[in-house]
Design a protein. Sequence first.
Length: 84
Amino acid sequence: MDDTEQMRALQTEGVSLRQIGLRFGLSHQAVFYRLGGVRKLRSGPPPAANDNKIVKMVAHNGGCSTTSGMVPVSLPRVGVKVAA
């Protein structure tokens, strides 16, 4: 059995990548990539989007006319009532 097969067997037993790496003298990132480099999907619903924010680009240096000084800023969304 080669090293990769042993690593895969240890992973199926529930041994962490960090512990596997310590056994083989590798970093946990190296073990991750050797075992295929695929992340497990998290269970549960995705995080909720924040619909009350809007992102605008504003100058961070007092009003420079180029876009090189622009940074994203989150602002609260203001509701507008429409007359019916």
